[in-house]
Design a protein around this ligand. Sequence first.
Ligand code: ZN
Length: 192
Amino acid sequence: MRLKIVQMGEPVLREQARALTAEDIRSAEVRQLIECMRETMYDAPGVGLAAPQVGQSLQIAVIEDKPEYTRNMSSDALTLRGREPVPFQVIINPRLTLHAREPVVFYEGCLSLPGFSALVPRAHQVTVQCLNQDGEPRVIEAKGWYARILQHEVDHLNGTVYIDRMDTRTFSTSENLNRHHGGAPGHPGQGR
Ligand code: ZN
């Protein structure tokens, strides 16, 4: 079942989401929620979706970056972003570690604020310690666009949205971004 994606101004987007217990993760409700989040992400489409975005203040995010999403991007643009396909995965109770290096800056958008983008600096490389949908511990080492998606989604679980981190003077409608910066470095692709 596809869920409604809540929009900016909905208080749940600004709350610290609750960590799940092992029992929560095994529950039918959480399994069902994850399936619905997956379907909602595909339908949007987006490369990530956090539970607060469907009105649930829980530390769950789903991520998948499909090859078809970047079909229209040049290989140069993909290389610049370090963007490669990411298989479907569920991230529960994440702990994010940023690796020090000069931040990388690209346009980013969000399904809870559709139709807009802005330049957002993000760490190039991160480590995420979390649980998967079966409650098993995982350590994810990510670089490039995958690292950006993880930072964006973990932010959602802490009540933070990209507009808190953006270069405010670059905030733009997607239409104007395409018109004025189409094809230029920093063009958004589908950061969500
Ligand atoms: Zn978002």
